[in-house]
Design a protein around this ligand. Structure first.
Ligand code: GRG
Length: 305
């Protein structure tokens, strides 16, 4: 099976599970304890029907290293994807990146309105933690607690939210005046890398893996996360909007500091190759068991959408 086929299969599994979890947790209708119909539709728009589902695949494949079947990792995978979908719904808002197309469809605020997109994102973020707290995520309460605190850290002010803050400050306020490479690396590690690193580490948490193996997966995820962002910057600089599924050439138009704008395309490509090697290196101790994760790294680096 090719990696693309494996990713497609994982996407089918996660779509079905997300649909069920949304249905179970967001019961719509009139009265207290019910989710308003229109908000539920916006949440569905943000979370279902699109997306590569790469982060859930990373959770499932990392957990597989410790003998866990996909069903035993799927709820943690769904929680990570809920956080990712919330971040996209918010990032697309006019106050942030101001995008009208995402996953080849209108963004949530275009399909509904700004306040509904904010609230749909809020609902997905909180739902992620509700999912992690359920015994179906893992029978052991301490494991669930570790997942909750790990995801909160990855998504929060010292992780994804902090990275988004640095990114928007740079773009809209011109802060810092002359961004150094180290600033861009830090920003990208937080904005995109932290959640991807957690997706990889969460497999080790679910599998109650030894410290060394957990650290290796985290190191793999950190390199992969930054590689993902550099590949995204290269797609923005060189990609085709129809293939990518969203507007391209936005970074240069907005004067955004990225590795591509700072280093140029050739050096950014070299950096991407270096990050790929670093990610693959981190997997050495898993030998052939980590071949799908290796394929995921190759996919991230060479992706066209
Ligand atoms: C709003 C708190 C907050 C954070 C937003 C992740 C993020 C932070 C913004 C997204 C901006 C962006 C396009 C970053 C590049 C990397 C990235 C996350 C791309 C989208 O992820 P994919 O390609 O998307 O996995 P799909 O649609 O396949 O799920």
């Amino acid at each position: 099976m090719t990696f693309a086929q494996r990713l497609g299969l994982a996407a089918g599994l996660i779509d079905a599970r997300l649909q069920t979890l949304l249905g179970e947790n967001l019961v719509t209708g009139e009265g207290p304890g019910r989710c308003p119909q229109r908000l539920a539709r916006a949440i569905g728009h943000a979370a279902l029907g699109g997306g590569k589902r790469l982060r859930p695949l990373l959770v499932v494949e990392s957990a597989a290293l410790f003998g866990l079947a996909p069903e035993r990792a799927i709820d943690a995978a769904a929680a990570v994807e809920c956080v990712h979908c919330y971040s996209l719904a918010h990032d697309d808002l006019p106050a942030m990146d101001d995008d009208e197309v995402r996953r080849g469809r209108p963004t949530v605020w275009k399909a509904f309105d700004e306040w509904t997109a904010i609230l749909a994102g809020d609902a997905l973020l909180t739902l992620a933690f509700e999912i992690l707290a359920r015994p179906s995520t893992h029978p052991e309460p301490l494991v669930r607690l570790e997942l909750v605190s790990g995801l909160a850290r990855a998504a929060g002010a010292a992780g994804m939210v902090g990275g988004q803050s640095l990114d928007l400050d740079a773009e809209k306020l011109g802060l810092p005046e002359r961004p150094a490479l180290s600033h861009i690396r830090r920003l990208q590690g937080m904005k995109t890398g932290a959640l991807i690193a957690f997706a990889c580490e969460s497999g080790a948490i679910l599998g109650q893996a030894p410290r060394r193996e957990r650290a290796a997966l985290k190191a793999f995820g950190e390199a992969l996360g930054v590689a993902f962002q550099v590949a995204d910057d290269l797609l923005d600089a060189e990609g085709n909007a129809a293939t990518v599924g969203k507007a391209v050439a936005k970074d240069a138009a907005q004067g955004k500091a990225t590795l591509v704008s700072l280093m140029g395309i050739e050096d950014a490509r070299a950096e991407l190759a270096r990050l790929e090697a670093q990610a693959l290196d981190a997997l050495t101790l898993f030998e052939a068991r980590a071949d799908t994760l290796r394929a995921a790294a190759r996919f991230v680096v060479r992706r066209k959408r």
